[in-house]
Design a protein around this ligand. Structure first.
Ligand code: ADP
Ligand code: ZN
Length: 758
């Protein structure tokens, strides 16, 4: 067979094919030059994972998906944002012969992924509307030459004239459909251009397909499989839990002050603040800029070019805070967003989870805050009312909003609620939400409930929240006076409580069914059977003790005590972040393309001072090591040395480094020892350990090769095992005064190091 092992054959075919399509003649025959070759790259997948991605372990399900794809079976992968979907197809792309096609809906996302891949030494490119014809031709050329392992395409591009045929002639080994929920009108982000993908199977019938998404309920899931024509695909669903995201709901009062307080503890950390309206984003951004922050805003009303610029500067860490509507974030792959705030209530739990999911994609602890205000619920309800949707859709949206409301007002672990909403069961309370961290006391609120219910009854069920609170607090307002509410017995019956406390309690009452609310009658409160039981029979009402938002905020934001090592750790991270930024600016890429926050964190944790230790760092791929590793290593060494001289010892190995520097200056071993006021044996130990860690130590310059030979040969005769750190006691006994103990140690160390390398 012509093509069984012939790249050449493929190329020949493609070139002639190319000539044909370039001249726009109609093509009918499908080229069969290439049969997919599934012989795997000989390098095992674990090695590839470290070499190209810098990771030591697979995340849950990654390995299973990869194995399934390598067996040429189709897969559907559901993983939360940040779960690690990309590796699921990028690693097989490296293992399989030929090229992997990735269909992705968003230009920004493609660019990012491709930059990331290239930074890791993986040849990849993307083609979408932002790429000029000339550039496209260059990319096609690379494809034909077999120079690319991954090609990203927008769906409309794939199906555009000429492209599909060109692509079909390529040795495609795998087809990945990212954000695959966009194909389904059941999903929350249906994109018509994705619909064309339902034909893709007919064009590539023999190539394994992997569909990936972060959000898909059961119906959508089934729809994706059906639309893509892969009903037999193996479905992998990983947990949607994102334990690294803290979940906090705070009262939506004095939000700006709350935010500035929050930001004081977040210097330099990227975050997004989601606002409901365009104007809201602009105002808040202006406020933050005035307060001295690097903030900007983003919404769909801004022209595309400016929008792209703002987004880019956020990705590049030039802007710290992005005030945005939901138009922002989809397809942003920035892994080091450390916090997300919802200034206003999102529309439902799906959106909320997706939006907070943009924080902490690198798996590091990240904070999320939702400001919850009664007024926001009303605004959302009005928006639903005024929307063009039919009644059924409206009902659905109201029900979804209600679930979000329940979540926000919950007095049980918020993560439990979220996970159960996504059909997952949490085994225990999470310990990382405000309810778990600051549980509120339960109090008997029967009398409070009776006061509120009585006021509702006396006003003939015609008041909404504001008026009810005014009545209870005895406020003479236009409404209370005009309607004669000042005359009812409960007017002023709750004067002792502040308005925000009343609102908190009333909302809790509403949630526990003590009364109802008529959304369609101007949100007025209504009595129900339970209301009457509470009013007339004194049925007990237990509620969480209300706090003023200040009390609540202060409790939640109480600062942790300072510890010098923790401080130094923070400084080290800052130092690394700065270095990363410098390099990123020089190369004109986003900082996390150089190293993710997780990688910097791993450096901070491990404090590597040798190349070997640096190579162990999570995310240190081979290509990153050769590009940036040494620079970072040097910076870390310097930092640790400075800290040590200030009295904060962060890595006991740093003392070896000092010896190493003296060695590099050309000092002999005893000279180093004298200089450092340490024993020569200790210095020998340092140098051996350094050599073991991969530093270049030339033992023969430290002692004569003859001596080394005599010692090591004797060690052999004495049967000393040099595979582990050798014992020198038997040699000391044998040689007596003939050698110094440091010489024995150094000679044996040299063998040990050599053996280790073998
Ligand atoms: P998704 O596409 O599912 O949102 P990504 O593929 O972008 O997620 O991965 C999210 C983050 O997790 C990235 O920073 C990536 O480098 C990191 N990551 C992926 N796989 C691993 C792994 N096996 N070990 C450590 N980090 C990983
Ligand atoms: Zn919890």
């Amino acid at each position: 067979m012509d093509c069984s092992n012939g790249n050449l054959c493929v190329k020949k075919g493609i070139v002639s094919y190319l000539n044909r399509i370039w001249h726009a003649s109609p093509i009918s025959s499908k080229l069969n030059y290439f049969t997919l070759n599934t012989t795997l790259n000989s390098e095992p997948k674990f090695q590839l994972l470290k070499r190209y991605f810098g990771f030591d372990h697979f995340r849950p399900l990654q390995e299973e998906v990869i194995d399934t794809l390598l067996q040429r079976k189709n897969c559907l992968v559901l993983m939360p944002t940040g779960g690690g979907k990309s590796v699921c197809y990028q690693l097989p792309a490296m293992l399989l012969d030929g090229i992997t096609l990735v269909v992705s809906p968003l230009i920004a996302l493609m660019k990012d992924q491709v930059e990331n891949l290239r930074a890791n030494g993986i040849p990849a490119a993307f083609i979408n509307s932002s790429i000029s014809n000339q550039e496209q031709n260059a990319i096609w050329n690379q494809c034909w030459k077999g120079d690319l392992k991954l090609l990203y395409l927008a769906p409309e591009k794939l199906f555009s004239v000429g492209v599909l045929d060109t692509v079909r002639a390529l040795p495609v080994s795998l087809l990945a459909i990212d954000e695959s929920h966009c194909i389904s009108s059941w999903g929350h982000d249906f994109r018509p251009e994705y619909r064309q993908l339902s034909q893709v199977r007919s064009y590539f019938p023999d190539i394994p397909v992997v569909a990936l998404t972060a959000t898909a309920d059961k119906v959508t899931r089934k729809d994706i499989l059906g639309q893509l024509g892969i009903p037999d695909a193996e479905v992998f669903i990983s947990s949607f839990d994102r334990p690294n995201l803290s979940l906090t709901v705070l009262p939506g009062l004095e939000r700006r002050q709350q935010i500035t307080r929050f930001l004081q503890t977040k210097r330099g950390q990227s975050g997004i603040i989601y606002c409901l309206s365009r104007k809201g984003t602009e105002d808040l951004s202006a406020f933050l800029v005035r307060a001295g922050y690097k903030a900007n805003y983003y919404h769909a009303g801004i022209e595309a070019e400016k929008r792209a610029k703002v987004q880019e500067s956020f990705i590049r860490d030039e802007i710290q805070i992005m005030c945005a509507t939901i138009a922002f974030g989809m397809g942003i792959d920035k892994s080091n967003i450390r916090w997300v705030i919802h200034f206003n209530l999102p529309s439902n739990l799906e959106s909320y989870y997706q939006e907070i999911g943009r924080a902490g994609r690198d798996g590091l602890p990240s904070e999320t805050i939702l400001y919850y205000a009664y007024g926001d619920i009303m605004t959302r309800l009005d928006m639903i009312e005024k929307s063009e949707a039919d009644e059924e859709q409206k009902e659905l949206r109201r029900a979804k909003l209600n679930r979000l409301k329940q979540y926000s007002e919950a007095q049980i672990c918020r993560r439990r609620i979220l996970l159960s909403y996504f059909n997952e069961e949490a085994k225990e309370d999470c310990g990382n939400c405000d309810v778990c961290l600051h549980p509120r006391k339960r109090v008997d609120a029967t009398i409070l409930a009776q006061k509120a219910l009585s006021a509702i009854a006396r006003t003939r069920e015609a008041v909404s929240m504001t008026s009810l609170v005014d009545i209870l607090r005895g406020q003479r307002t236009a409404v209370t006076v005009k309607n004669g509410f000042t005359e009812i017995p409960t007017f002023g019956a709750g004067r002792d409580l502040r308005a925000e406390i009343w609102m908190d309690y009333i909302m809790q009452m509403l949630n526990s069914g003590v009364m109802d609310i008529a959304y369609d009658e101007g949100h007025v409160f209504k009595l129900n059977p339970l209301s009457y039981r509470v009013l007339k029979e004194g049925e007990k009402v237990l509620l969480a003790e209300a706090q003023t938002f200040r009390e609540r905020r202060d409790e939640m934001m109480a600062a942790a005590p300072v510890n010098p090592k923790v401080e130094a750790t923070k400084q080290m991270f800052e130092m690394l972040r700065k270095l990363r930024k410098e390099l990123a600016d020089k190369e004109n890429v986003a900082a996390y393309i150089i190293f993710s926050d997780a990688t910097l964190n791993s450096m901070v944790e491990e404090k590597p001072i040798s190349p070997a230790a640096m190579m162990e760092v999570q995310g240190m791929s081979q290509s990153k090591w050769s590009k940036y590793g040494k620079q970072f290593l040097k910076a870390i060494q310097e930092f640790l040395r400075d800290k040590q001289s200030e009295g904060t010892k962060l890595n006991s190995g740093i003392t070896q480094l000092v010896s190493f520097e003296l060695y590099q200056k050309g000092m002999g071993l005893e000279e180093i020892a004298a200089n450092r006021k340490l024993s020569p044996g200790t210095i020998a130990g340092h140098l051996v350990q350094l050599a073991k860690n991969g530093e270049e130590i030339r033992f023969e310059l430290l002692m004569s090769p003859d001596k080394i030979k005599i010692i090591t040969e004797m060690a052999k005769k004495l049967g000393i095992n040099a595979d582990e750190q050798p014992r020198i006691q038997p040699l000391m006994e044998h040689f007596g005064d003939q050698f110094q103990s440091w010489e024995l140690r150094l000679a044996m160390g040299s063998v040990w190091v050599k053996n280790g390398k073998g």
